[in-house]
Design a protein around this ligand. Structure first.
Ligand SMILES: Nc1ncnc2c1ncn2[C@@H]1O[C@H](COP(=O)(O)OP(=O)(O)O)[C@@H](O)[C@H]1O
Ligand SMILES: [Mg+2]
Length: 271
């Protein structure tokens, strides 16, 4: 008996307009990312939910921004759009890709171009780590460089130096399941940095961690910021958002507030 197995191709969610190739647009050389009038809706049955309603924001190079807001305010939707994981309905998301004042709009990219952006330009960090359970700590961090076909020697030097930086050089051969939540999140930070992205986008990176481990992760973010990295961190926790340079509040998909942060770890832990 011959058994025929048919594999259905996954439908690509992209309309004709979105299939066009992104054209270079001017962007202030000091800005790493600019968002214009971003709108994203979800349709469930007959009802439409507006998750992002004309969001405008920018992030300067080397800036640490926190986006705060209660559950359901659109934070993850924003990260998904900025992180080239999803397409908004309308609006622009311009990344300063060449550092010379020419940017690319990720909303105008193809899925293939999105993949390239995520591989080379955007370092994503999630609440639940998203590590490969069958790969070692070393291999998890190395993976984006392997996919990007980087030379083996360059890979080894980069991965080892990042593992050292996050204090996990002795855990190289361990699997994620043999590591604590904090250690796993440190690994995802190393993985996000491995291809030297333009920006780190983190969605509730300390959502699963206790206070002490949260402080360790925030310290890494502050060290990265001080070393010149640009970071956008989403959190529902206003207290920890205080360490960012600027804190932007999202309420029902609308930017409703922006304040200056810049608090130290001691200050945010005092309460
Ligand atoms: N895939 C989806 N389908 C339908 N509605 C969604 C989907 N993702 C999010 N939403 C809705 O969009 C709004 C914003 O959600 P989300 O971006 O996850 O908020 P947050 O991360 O701030 O909790 C919520 O009302 C949520 O229910
Ligand atoms: Mg969320």
């Amino acid at each position: 008996m011959v058994v025929k197995i048919s594999v259905k191709k996954k439908k690509v969610r992209m309309n004709k307009e979105q299939r066009s190739t992104a054209r270079a647009v001017r962007i202030d050389p000091d800005i790493v990312l600019e968002v214009h009038d971003l709108i994203k809706t979800y349709t469930v049955g007959s009802s439409t939910i507006t998750a992002l309603n004309k969001v405008n924001l920018y992030i300067k190079k080397g800036e640490f921004i926190a986006i705060v807001g209660p559950s359901g305010s659109g934070k993850t939707t924003l990260i998904n759009c900025l992180g080239a994981l999803d397409f908004p309905d309308s609006g622009k998301i311009i990344y300063n890709v060449d550092s010379k004042g020419m940017g690319l709009d990720v909303t105008q990219m193809t899925n293939k171009q999105h993949k390239k952006m995520r591989l080379r330009k955007i370092g994503l960090i999630f609440q639940f780590y998203n590590l490969f359970p069958i790969l070692t700590a070393y291999e998890n961090v190395e993976l984006p460089m392997v996919i990007d076909k980087k030379d083996a020697k360059i890979r080894e030097a980069r991965v080892k130096s990042l593992l050292k930086k996050i204090g996990l050089e002795k855990r190289m051969a361990h699997l994620p399941t043999q590591m604590s939540g904090g250690e796993q999140q440190r690994l995802t930070i190393a993985r996000a940095l491995v291809n030297e992205p333009l920006i780190i986008l983190a969605d509730e990176p300390t959502g699963e961690l206790d206070t002490e481990t949260t402080t360790n992760i925030l310290k890494i973010f502050l060290d990265l910021k001080n070393a010149g990295e640009s970071i956008l961190m989403v959190t529902h926790n206003k207290r920890i958002a205080g360490i960012a340079d600027r804190i932007i509040t999202l309420t029902d998909g609308v930017v409703t507030d922006e304040v200056t942060g810049g608090k130290s770890l001691e200050e945010i832990n005092r309460f």
